[in-house]
Design a binder for this molecule. Sequence first.
Ligand code: CA
Length: 222
Amino acid sequence: MRILIVEDNARMAELIAGGLSDRGYACDVAGDLGAAEDSLASAHFDLILLDLGLPDGNGLDWLRRSNRRALPPVIVLTARTSLEDRVDGLDAGADDYLPKPFEMSELAARVRAILRRPGTRAEPVIEVGELRFDAASHTAHAGEVRLDLSRREANLFELLMRRAGQVVRRAQIEEALYTFDEAVTPNAIEANVSRLRRKLEDAGTLNRLHTIRGVGYLLSEA
Ligand code: CA
C-alpha cells in the first residue's frame, strides 16, 4: 500500500511518514499541491493524507477542483477543527477528517479503516489457496505457519496475492514497493522475490511464485 502525504511542514511530514512506514506502508511526501499533482501523475497511490494550508493553495479547494473519482481516498489532516470545517471537508470529497494534533496510532487506525472500505482495493484478509495475508496487521501465513517477512517482502506478497493468477510486471512491483526517494537497483526486486520464494518453500508450500522471464512474476492460484 502506497500513501501520498501532502504536507508542507517537513517535520510533521517526516513524523507521519516514519510512523506509517513502520506499519508497512510505502510513503511519499509532497510539500505542496503542485508536487502532489506530479506525484499522482507518475505513480499509483492507495490513499492521500492532505493538509489544508499549503504554500500554493488550500487543500479543500484543490479537492473540490479535482476529478474526485480519479483520486484515491483522502484523509484531511488539519488544525481547523470546528464542526463547520469538518462538514466542509467531507462535502469537498474527503473520506475522513483528523484534527491535529493526533496520535500516530489513531492516524494508523483511520488509514486502516479507509483502506478496508468496500470499493477500495484493500480487502482486510486475502486468501489464495493456503496462503493468507492480513492487510490490517500486515501478517502473512502459509497454512498454520506464520511467515516472517520484511516490510518489502510483505508488500510484495500482498501485491502478488491481490493479483494472483495474473502476471505482475516488474514496473508495477517497483512502483508499489519503492518511494520516489528510494533507489531501486536492478537486482533489488529479484532479491526480494527470491527471499519471499524461499520463505514460502521453507513454510512447506508448493512453489507457486513463478518468474515470467523478461516480464514479471506470477503467483499461481492453485
Ligand atoms: Ca500547512
